[in-house]
Ligand binder design. Structure first.
Ligand code: ATP
Ligand code: MG
Length: 321
């Protein structure tokens, strides 16, 4: 069975800062690459994370192969603008005259969202770029979106621009971006979350905004960093007996740690329930991995979990339909 994100072309992972967006982008990328898809993970003007999982240096603006079939890029506004300008104006000299004069630079800085538009534009270009023979240069583009608020305004830009001006070459470009973002055959937005109060609040808000404002077809809600179940009933009885039996401070402290972790795990479970209840996106539970260095092995472990959950979800959907 094909994983539900593998038949898309533009897969976005959004969510609050620090919840694991880049990790999930890399894990999805690895799954796709293994399935034979030529995949690129695009980080947007950020401190790069994706190539480091694979032991590679920063990619910068030029796609770097980090694994067979898997590439990463960090899209920055200046080179994106430069590339766009050159595409339109053809000649470096003309580009310099038009874009590198002080007035134009000031204009670009003044218009809110203008430099972000070039970030999105480049990501969009990756999707539409074709090789000389006309086949897509990338089978799959995975976009590591900026943290929540910033991500929403970025993904909303095409709509906002079209509301202000709906004619002209700029509007035509932007309309194509909006069409891609709203196309369920090509695009899917996923939300990453942690089982903690603020990330859950932001996820509920983001899921609502995705549906009501962004209107981007939704994929999965990745609940990341779930602690394993600490004790079953039998073990609980055993540790209660041990506690009443011992005065050893080390054992007592270890038992306190276990209790603390069990309470935390119960709290995490309550957040999972809350999100299941309040959003319509299928929730995928991803365990917290106690690995010292978080590299390809960790990504593969997360990939296995994603794969199983997605297959189960697809089967359930097919059964329901
Ligand atoms: N399931 C997991 N188990 C353990 N550690 C994890 C897990 N997922 C992510 N991490 C770690 O959590 C940290 C944050 O993850 P990541 O950088 O992917 O978050 P992010 O949402 O992209 O952050 P930012 O908003 O800063 O870009 C990383 O150091 C990563 O290695
Ligand atoms: Mg990140």
């Amino acid at each position: 069975m094909t994983l539900p994100f593998l038949d898309k072309r533009f897969v976005i992972v959004a969510g609050k800062g620090g919840v694991g967006k880049s990790t999930l982008c890399a894990a999805l990328g690895l799954l796709a690459a293994k399935a034979g898809k030529r995949t690129i993970v695009a980080e947007l003007n950020t401190k790069e994370k994706v190539p480091h999982f694979f032991g590679k240096p920063d990619s910068g603006y030029n796609a770097q192969e980090v694994r067979e079939n898997l590439y990463s890029i960090n899209i920055q506004p200046e080179p994106a603008l430069h590339e766009y300008g050159l595409q339109k104006l053809k000649f470096e000299r003309v580009y310099k005259l038009v874009f590198e004069n002080e007035a134009m630079q000031r204009l670009i800085r003044m218009i809110p969202g203008m430099s972000e538009l070039f970030l999105l534009g480049k990501a969009f270009d990756l999707e539409r770029s074709r090789t000389r023979t006309g086949t897509p240069a990338w089978d799959l583009v995975i976009v590591d979106a900026p943290a929540t608020g910033h991500g929403v305004s970025l993904l909303r830009l095409p709509q906002v621009i079209l509301e202000v001006s709906s004619t002209g070459p700029m509007a035509d470009e932007v309309r194509l971006m909006r069409d891609l973002l709203s196309d369920p055959r090509r695009t899917m937005i996923n939300i990453a979350c942690l089982p903690e109060e603020m990330p859950v609040k932001e996820t509920l808000m983001l899921a609502e905004q995705v549906e009501s404002i962004l209107k981007i077809p939704t994929g999965f809600l990745f609940m990341n960093g779930l602690l394993p179940e600490v004790e079953n009933d039998e073990e609980r009885a055993w540790s209660a007996a041990l506690r009443s039996d011992t005065e050893d401070p080390v054992v007592l402290r270890a038992l306190d740690c276990l209790d603390g972790m069990a309470r935390r795990q119960a709290l995490q479970e309550s957040y999972v329930e809350l999100l299941r209840e309040k959003t319509r996106m299928p929730l995928v539970e991803i365990p917290y991995l106690f690995q010292r260095d978080f590299g390809v092995e960790a990504l593969e472990a997360i990939g296995d979990v994603l794969e199983k959950a997605m297959v189960a979800e697809a089967a359930a959907t097919a059964g329901a339909g």
